[in-house]
Design a protein around this ligand. Structure first.
Ligand code: HEM
Length: 512
């Protein structure tokens, strides 16, 4: 088994007998993403390297151009993400877009894409901005004009939870005041990627066979039941009272009735949420020959879609906000420049504080700060593909390599972003890199992945993050709290990107 790469003359990370790379996950003081990306640093001159998970060979892509090729031009060889999640044990997660594959994924993605266009996002943004604005006002009242200390991950995950509960599940909650409301408590358990659920999630990609064999579920049972019940009740209520609200449930109900489509005259000016916005690719129409297994959008599918936006969107966007806030707190000049841009933008707002989609779109420095945060602190540092059809390409030394059908491929997004070949002085937080986008290597800058399976929610994530930052700096000045570790110490045990000792900051009220 272990001579697989030797025979093919492909550099590979030497495995620990039986465990392969899995051993490093349990024995090393390194983050899972860095362990999985080890080969990238060991073999700088190849387009791909090998690794063993337990006894199974898998690949790690080193060349962003190769990733792009696999994800776009040669997509039919890599249509799937790695996933071994069972419908029986994880009824929501197994139906969510990230974990569905093949024809089911195709129908699902093309059915959902119209829900994420610029104009739909703009409509949804109104709900999001309302939710965040009201929360920030409450925070201002709470401060009574005096500085106070907060742990920002807790704060942003509450704000994010409330905004996403509003736009995904159609329910308005206030987790700042009602701290243990059921949507927040269950939402935390739904989006939890630390501890046991994180470990299980990791297992689905590292040891898919073993995971399947053990018949484990990832999401907690009560979480599945809670959301299924909440969404079904909500759907029933809307249908009965003919309620229309510009949120995901509404759009998914339209999908059920085959009425969800891209507007005839989609306003192209709304398409970009900034430089990092993931490109929209056209998937072929799902009508015709395969229409028989077209997605029916039963209540469980609608719940799963809404839950997956929660699952995929909350942790990532919260991570982006935490690290952006950290950089703003430790770089006062950058914070001052962003605040000046926000204050200028506020002059054009009707109430002087509630940002619109269009106003955020125009904020160039905000976009530079957000892009640089996504580069320096990539929230989703590693993605993957499964090879669905043998694939041959040429390596740097001219040899041909064939990836065989069924093998797993990892793509180290974080390693690309921190490679000095692509981004000089990579550890330095410098929004100026993005002042002229033509200077950016766009193959290597992939915070939302690339190709047909890129992030469907990039516009939403970007607009949400920009909106929260807008409010935050309009109301407060951010300063490092006494418990903040500088430089940040990362939590190597978390499945996501997190600070080991929290993001403690002082919020100093501004008088606006
Ligand atoms: C800053 C925030 C976010 C980051 C950094 C991020 C990043 C990513 C990345 C790297 C992928 C994998 C792409 C690939 O394999 O090529 C992905 C997929 C995905 N993301 Fe996001 N994401 C964010 C926010 C969101 C939001 C707000 C939503 C939903 C509302 C969302 C929903 C999804 C879904 C459903 C997929 C799977 C797509 C598919 O398999 O077709 N994400 N995201």
């Amino acid at each position: 088994t272990y001579d697989y790469f030797e025979k093919r003359n492909i550099p590979y990370v030497k495995p620990v007998p039986f465990f392969g790379q899995v051993w490093s996950f349990v024995s090393q003081e390194k983050h899972a993403v860095d362990v999985a990306s080890e080969g990238y640093y060991m073999f700088p001159n190849t387009r791909i390297s090998g690794v063993f998970t337990l006894r199974t060979p898998a690949y790690l892509v080193h060349d962003p151009v190769l990733y792009k090729q696999m994800a776009i031009k040669d997509f039919d060889h890599f249509t799937d993400h790695i996933s071994e999640i069972s419908l029986e044990h994880d009824p929501l997660l197994a139906r969510s877009l990230f974990f569905t594959n093949g024809t089911h994924w195709r129908h699902h993605r093309s059915g959902l894409s119209p829900a994420f266009t610029g104009s739909k996002m703009r409509n949804m943004f109104v709900l999001l901005s309302k939710s965040a604005g009201e929360a920030m006002k409450r925070l201002m009242v709470y401060s009574r004009g005096k500085p106070f200390t907060m742990e920002m991950r807790d704060l942003y995950s509450r704000l994010g939870n409330d905004a996403m509960t509003s736009i995904s599940f159609g329910v308005e909650v206030d987790s700042l005041t009602d701290r243990y409301n059921e949507f927040f408590v269950k939402g935390k358990r739904l989006a939890k990627i630390d501890g046991l659920p994180g470990l299980k999630l990791l297992m689905t990609t590292l040891m898919p066979g073993l995971f399947k064999f053990l018949r484990l579920g990832i999401l907690y049972k009560d979480v599945n039941e809670f959301y299924l019940e909440a969404v079904s009740t909500n759907i029933h209520h809307r249908v009965k009272h003919n309620i229309k609200r510009p949120d995901f449930i509404h759009l998914l109900l339209q999908a059920r009735e085959n009425r969800l489509s891209v507007e005839q005259h989609e306003d192209e000016t709304l398409a970009s949420a900034g430089f990092s916005t993931a490109e929209t690719h056209q998937l072929e129409d799902t009508t015709g020959a395969e229409a028989g297994d077209k997605l029916q959008w039963h209540d469980v599918d609608i719940t799963a879609a809404a839950a997956s936006f929660f699952f995929g969107g909350i942790e990532t966007t919260t991570t982006l906000l935490c690290f952006a806030s950290y950089e703003l707190a430790v770089n006062p000049a950058i914070q001052a420049r962003l605040r000046a841009e926000i204050d200028r933008a506020r002059e054009d707002l009707a109430d002087g504080v509630t940002p619109t989609y269009e106003v955020l779109q125009k904020m160039a420095y905000m976009d530079m700060v957000v892009s640089e945060t996504l580069r320096r602190w990539t929230p989703f540092g590693l993605t993957n593909r499964k090879c669905t059809k043998d694939y041959t390409f040429t390596n740097t030394d001219g040899t041909k390599i064939t990836i065989e059908r069924g093998l797993n491929v990892s793509i180290p997004l974080k390693a690309f972003h921190l490679d000095e070949k692509f981004f000089p002085d990579p550890l330095r937080f410098n929004p100026e890199r993005f002042a002229d986008p033509t200077n950016i290597n766009q193959d290597a800058f992939v915070p939302f992945g690339t190709g047909l399976r890129n992030c469907i929610g990039s516009r939403l994530g970007l607009m949400q993050a920009k909106c929260f930052l807008f409010y935050m700096l309009a109301y407060f000045t951010l300063e490092p709290g006494s418990k903040l570790t500088i430089p940040l110490e990362l939590d190597e045990t978390s499945a996501g990107l997190n600070a080991k000792h929290g993001f403690w900051m002082n919020l100093v009220p501004r008088f606006i």
